[in-house]
Design a binder for this molecule. Sequence first.
Ligand SMILES: [Cu+2]
Length: 132
Amino acid sequence: MKKLFKLVSLLTLGLFFVACGDSGVSEGFTKSGKAGSLDVTYSSAKPLVVGDNTMNVTITENGKAVTGAKVEMKVFMPEMPGMPYMDFIKVLDAAGDKYSGNINYSMGGTWQVKIFIEKDGKKYKHSSSVIL
Ligand SMILES: [Cu+2]
């Protein structure tokens, strides 16, 4: 019941953000793409910041939610002059059709994003990037 309330709160919050999207205030982050035959969306209710971010991933196949998958999110920054390679890897927690977890972006700049999905013995990969 508590979970349901939380979900409803999040949905309400989501609607609020959509409704207020034009103001540019408190706008979240969303990005979508493919992982083989899967459609992957990853998002954050708040704009991405340097440090901790709660990232949510939803996956569909032919418009149908993919549940029971193992979803791992990896963000990394290649080595640059004066900066070593850095990454952050997390197996996301599954709740129904939503996978979520904390991702720490340790500095500003462009982060490569990989989302690894294992479902029914098959492996999929979504490649993306975010700029902080
Ligand atoms: Cu860097």
